[in-house]
Design a protein around this ligand. Structure first.
Ligand code: G
Ligand code: G
Ligand code: MN
Ligand code: NA
Length: 250
């Protein structure tokens, strides 16, 4: 309850910040863009990660307001970046169900002038399970705005291959648990290669998450993934730092 009150106040006082983690194209080794990751500067606890407060923000639906702030801030930051770079924003299923996601995204794109093709919305499979038909309609309307829809954390939880053809997805992010095991277990390598091939066959690209070693980077490249993200390639950082450390490496 104390945390809930803190969180309400934090949303009002905007005690949040976005961290940006770079995402690279595997073939060209070029920077594709950044994923925006939410951080809370708690007045007493210091920096708090989303795992500690996003579930509560979802329960209390504070995530609707907070998520709108994230989207606006990320789009404002994105327009400052070179025009070929994309920005990925995580959307909670609660935003899809209880927020007016389509109107919010449309308004923020208009407000910031960001080219919709540069915005990627990351959703998890929970969002596809909950309220199937309505969320399918919402995703279709979002796509009509010109943004890209990305399925996050694929392979965990309630993954279903049918989601890949049922929902209008542009990209699949392969969960880091598979990447972690790839170099030790050929099973995981086979799964990643199969998902990458299936996604490509269905007209989607793939991002391998959680790349921490050069061996893992080589393995996801061999497996045919399109993009890679992880501590080896760049940690989440404030926008200016993220841009400076990655743009100069391009
Ligand atoms: O950055 P970190 O590894 O702590 O993120 C942990 C989890 O929080 C990830 O699953 C990530 O998708 C989620 N997350 C990060 N930022 C946001 C956000 O802005 N909104 C939502 N809904 N989830 C986020
Ligand atoms: O679920 P989502 O993919 O949105 O989660 C992103 C989270 O993963 C971020 O909180 C980020 O801090 C974390 N992350 C990013 N790269 C790595 C990595 O190489 N290893 C691990 N363990 N976590 C990572
Ligand atoms: Mn994500
Ligand atoms: Na993920």
């Amino acid at each position: 309850l104390a945390l809930e009150m803190d969180l309400r106040q934090a949303v009002e006082e905007r005690q949040f910040e976005l961290s940006y983690q770079p995402i690279f194209d595997l073939k060209s080794s070029k920077l594709c863009g950044f994923e925006a990751l939410l951080r809370w500067h708690h007045p007493e606890r210091g920096l708090v990660g989303p795992a500690e407060f996003v579930p509560l923000a979802e329960e209390t639906r504070l995530i609707v307001d907070l998520g709108e702030w994230v989207l606006r801030q990320a789009c404002m930051d994105a327009v400052q970046l070179p025009g070929d770079l994309r920005i990925a924003v995580n959307l909670s299923p609660v935003q899809l169900i209880f927020g007016d996601a389509v109107a919010t995204v449309r308004d923020i794109l208009a407000e910031t002038g960001l080219d919709p093709r540069r915005l990627e919305l990351e959703i998890t499979e929970t969002a596809l399970l909950a309220n199937d038909n309505r969320n399918l309609g919402t995703l279709r309307s979002l796509k009509e705005l010109g943004v890209r829809i990305v399925l996050d954390d694929f392979g965990t939880g309630y993954s279903s291959l049918s989601h890949l053809r049922l929902f209008p997805l542009d990209k699949v992010k392969i969960d880091r648990s598979f990447v972690r095991d790839m170099t030790a277990h050929s099973d995981s390598a086979a799964i990643v290669a199969a998902v990458a091939a299936l996604a490509a066959e269905l007209g989607m690209t793939t991002t391998a998450e959680g790349i921490e070693t050069q061996d893992q980077l080589d393995a996801v490249d061999r497996a045919g993934c399109t993009e890679a993200q992880g501590y080896l390639l760049g940690k989440p950082q404030p926008i200016l730092k993220a841009v400076h450390t990655t743009l100069f490496r391009r």
